[in-house]
Design a protein around this ligand. Structure first.
Ligand SMILES: [Zn+2]
Length: 308
């Protein structure tokens, strides 16, 4: 995510106040997250350092960091990387949810042009919802999702602009904009990470109820779920190291700043911790971080009904 200029904030979404963070502290934070991720995941630090030098990641489509492991994804999954597969032929929830997804390209963000990539990501959320949601009656209770250069026009669901990502509980709708006046996504994975976070707000809303838990708890559950999805994407060979590093850095960038009283999101340690704990959980590991930040997620989805 990149600052364009300083501006206001969104609601229940990623907080544009990040624009106020000074460049020097960002560098320190980046180093902290890189070494944390490298330590936890055994990633090669050298490749991450190279990435830092290239700064803005317009090269993602031609990235040389391709997955090397064979995919463990069941054949009835449509890999996000498989652009040719038709989503529209089965009772697959990933196909069904597409009826509720609207994607709009934004001429000013050509590196985020692949709307189908985001729709496939949403399809993965629908599969997790179908198979892992505790409340089976809600297993196909989908949100409406607007991605890109969009807005809600329905009067009741009107959403004020200026947010990169938000979930509207009453209207059960997700809006993820590619850019606001002050911020822009730099990499497709950042959009997917945000979509996963907002999708978790929907899953929480239709099960536990977002109003029954604290704002911070809801936000941490959303970060944990985003981590879980990154864990599955990694298992299914849909996520590169480079992408995961981008996502981890964004979690740091969008964390609550110390002087923000209104922000319900976690601070740096909480957001990154929840994200990493969620990813580990997809690998079957219940870490201390998971117990600290993510236990609420277990009330929304059931890992014992895990994906094949
Ligand atoms: Zn949120």
């Amino acid at each position: 995510m990149k600052d364009v200029q300083e501006e206001g904030r969104g609601i229940k979404g990623f907080n544009p106040l990040i624009a106020l963070i000074k460049a020097s502290s960002i560098v320190l934070l980046l180093l902290a997250v890189i070494f944390t991720i490298a330590k936890i995941n055994g990633f090669r630090v050298s490749s991450v350092r190279n990435e830092l030098k290239t700064a803005h990641s317009k090269a993602k489509k031609g990235s040389s960091e391709k997955p090397t492991k064979p995919s463990k994804e069941p054949e009835y999954f449509n890999p996000r990387v498989n652009k040719s597969k038709d989503l529209d032929s089965t009772r697959d929830p990933a196909a069904e949810i597409q009826k509720y997804v609207w994607g709009y390209r934004d001429k000013s963000t050509p590196w985020l042009d692949d709307i189908d990539e985001f729709k496939r990501g949403v399809g993965d959320f629908a599969r997790v919802q179908e198979w892992m949601l505790h409340d089976r009656s809600k297993s196909r209770y989908y949100p409406s999702i607007v991605i890109g250069d969009g807005e809600f026009t329905n009067e009741e669901c009107n959403v004020e602009g200026g947010t990169l990502g938000m979930y509207h509980g009453k209207c059960e709708s997700i809006l993820v904009n590619f850019r606001t006046k002050s911020l822009v996504y730099e990499h497709p994975i950042e959009v997917l990470t945000t979509l996963a976070h907002e999708y978790a707000h929907h899953l929480t809303n239709i099960t536990v109820g977002n109003q029954n838990i604290s704002g911070l708890e809801a936000e941490l559950i959303a970060d944990c779920f985003a981590g879980v999805m990154h864990g599955y994407w990694a298992k299914w060979n849909k996520l590169t190291e480079e992408e995961f590093n981008h996502a981890g850095r964004m979690m740091i960038q969008v964390s609550k700043s110390e002087n923000s009283m209104l922000d319900e999101h976690g601070d740096q340690g909480q957001r990154l911790g929840a994200f990493l704990a969620g990813k580990a959980r997809a690998d079957g590991k219940i870490t201390t971080l998971y117990r600290n930040f993510c236990i609420g997620l277990d009330e929304v989805i059931s890992f014992s009904k895990g994906l094949p």
